[in-house]
Design a protein around this ligand. Structure first.
Ligand code: FFO
Ligand code: ATP
Length: 242
């Protein structure tokens, strides 16, 4: 496979991923007892094993590697066609083990792009992300101690203002199946985004070794998972749309 430029993969943007099971009627709750769904139970266990592997690999990265990766990733994101066309982009404020977005956020600001960042909504109910404008400063907030923007909350629907959604992941495969930290925040935000902005672009950012070949080492998928349109790593850009 090429290591440079953009490769086209046959992902199905927006389509829920279903690992060998019949589609669920839409009115059924997303959450089902796992014992009734053995395929899903297997997928959950496989996700946990993969999360452990990725965490180990991330813990071994040096500061020098992280800085070099951030420079390469930033360059790749900024040259992605959908990003170049966008006037509003939703990003994430990176945690220390994630592909860094500090330089990217600064560069988008310099280019006059409106940048949105997620804010975790705490409390009961489905995992929900609120959104706020990225004006620069971040505060470590909430029980998850995430770096989050301090400005006005724009509401969960504000994600649909984004022309491009750049999302974190622990692993993504070449067919666009993504796995996050396992709380479901982005699953829910992505479902909303897909419904209301079907033509906007969702791009996952991961380290090089976290982009897996779907034909040999697919990311385990559950019915609620949505595929991403593209994946960018420091060395590769994979896209299902030009
Ligand atoms: N930078 C960033 N912001 C984000 C996310 C993310 O993955 N990365 N999210 C993506 O959904 C949402 C927040 N979800 C999160 C879920 C778990 C953990 C976390 O640190 N989990 C620990 C496990 C310990 C615990 O569960 O408390 C870990 O992964 O080590 C962080 C954020 C919204 N903001
Ligand atoms: N639309 C939804 N409404 C409510 N719960 C959901 C929805 N989508 C996913 N979930 C729940 O979120 C939990 C975590 O899902 P999953 O393991 O796929 O998260 P993830 O993609 O790794 O995490 P994240 O989206 O936070 O990065 C699951 O228990 C799942 O049932």
């Amino acid at each position: 496979m090429e290591t440079d430029g953009t490769e086209v993969v046959q992902a199905q943007p927006g389509k829920p991923v279903n690992p060998g099971e019949p589609p669920r009627p839409t009115q059924q709750p997303v959450e089902q007892p796992v014992e009734q769904v053995p395929g899903v139970e297997r997928a959950r266990e496989a996700k946990q094993a993969l999360r452990r592997r990725v965490r180990r690999s991330r813990a071994a990265r040096t500061g020098e590697q992280k800085r070099a990766d951030e420079v390469s990733l930033t360059r790749r994101v900024l040259t992605h066609e959908a990003v170049r066309r966008a006037s509003t982009i939703a990003v994430y404020a990176s945690l220390p083990d994630e592909p860094g977005t500090g330089e990217l956020r600064a560069a988008l600001h310099r280019e006059g792009v409106r940048v949105l960042l997620p804010v975790v909504v705490e409390g009961e109910g489905p995992p929900t992300l609120d959104w706020a404008l990225d004006t620069g400063p971040l505060a470590t907030t909430g029980v998850l101690e995430l770096p989050e923007p301090t400005g006005e909350r724009l509401g969960p629907d504000a994600v649909t203002q984004a022309d491009v959604l750049l999302i974190p992941a622990l692993a993504v495969d070449t067919s666009g199946v993504r796995m996050g930290r396992g709380r479901g925040y982005y699953d829910v935000a992505l479902a909303r985004f897909r419904d209301l902005r079907p033509n906007a672009t969702v791009i996952a950012l991961v380290h090089d070794d976290e982009l897996l070949d779907a034909s040999t080492t697919p990311v385990p998928a559950e019915p609620h998972d949505r595929r991403v349109d593209a994946v960018i790593t420091p060395r590769r850009s994979l896209s299902s749309r030009a």
